[in-house]
Write a protein that binds this ligand. Structure first.
Ligand code: PEP
Length: 258
């Protein structure tokens, strides 16, 4: 049985003061949670120390929103895997659509970042998904295949034993438009089928999150789908009440599965 996960991507949001309050509320709100679900927060790099101070020794893990290749060097503005590990990160987002589209990260760079994350002991959360135009042109499976195969080719299928995948249709991110549970399930099942061609066991055990306007009121329907193992949450993770409600939905599904 796969464990459910809820991850909060705080993007370039927050100040010292409200990040402190949000992390503290999440710490308090998850105190009574069991270890049946994984909860992960992705704050801005500058807030990692704050998060480490507040969330150390809790059930909540944290990670970086990005990383660059190598351990150190002349790469102004970048951050490395070992730097993230130094601040207690266990995870890192790789290939978020905002990185692919706004910062022009291509398939090759994303595959290299995925491999780099693993080399430094970080669990990459590989974000994949199609744009609205691609969906309308029935290219969803083609796009997902390219995004996954480019990583498998460089890092190898075994690397996915230590990774998480987040299916995030670009048209649903930050738009309020959520994929229906059936639409998301269809793509999640396709992702598992693709992975199964390489390694059936990894296809069955890997955690595949859905991301794209997940809210407290749509999480239950999404998390009930057989191939959806939780959510990567943007906007709704910036408020403790809605993030905790989404976590509770995952917890209910986890409790129902025993
Ligand atoms: C995201 O940024 O990964 C995301 C899913 O955002 P939102 O929940 O706001 O759509």
């Amino acid at each position: 049985m796969r464990k459910k996960m809820v991850a909060g991507n705080w993007k370039m949001c927050g100040s010292r003061c409200n990040v402190d309050a949000l992390a503290d509320a999440i710490k308090k709100g998850t105190k009574s949670f069991s270890t049946k679900i994984d909860i992960v927060i992705f704050p801005s790099f500058v807030h990692l120390q704050l998060i480490e101070n507040i969330l150390v020794d809790t059930l909540v893990s944290w990670g970086g929103q990005n990383l660059y290749l190598g351990a150190q060097g002349a790469f102004t503005g970048e951050i490395s895997g070992p730097m993230l590990v130094d601040y207690g990160c266990q995870y890192v987002l790789v290939g978020h659509s905002e990185r692919r589209i706004i910062f022009h990260e291509d398939l090759k760079l994303i595959a290299a970042k995925f491999k780099t994350a693993l080399e430094y002991g970080l669990k990459p959360v590989l974000c994949i998904g199609e744009t609205l135009a691609e969906r309308e042109q029935q290219k969803t499976e083609k796009v997902i295949t390219e995004q996954l195969e480019s990583v498998i080719e460089l890092a190898g299928i075994d690397a996915f034993r230590h990774a998480v995948i987040a299916y995030e249709p670009v048209w649903a991110i930050g738009t309020g438009l959520t994929a229906t549970p059936e639409q998301a399930q269809e793509v999640h099942a396709f992702i598992r089928k693709l992975l199964a061609k390489h390694h059936p066991d990894i296809a069955n055990t890997i955690c595949i999150l859905y991301g794209g306007s997940v809210k407290a009121d749509n999480a239950a329907g999404l998390f009930a789908m057989p191939d959806i193992d939780g959510g990567l949450v943007g906007g709704a993770s910036l408020e403790a009440k809605s993030f905790l409600a989404i976590c509770e939905n995952a917890l209910e599904k986890a409790a129902g599965s025993v």
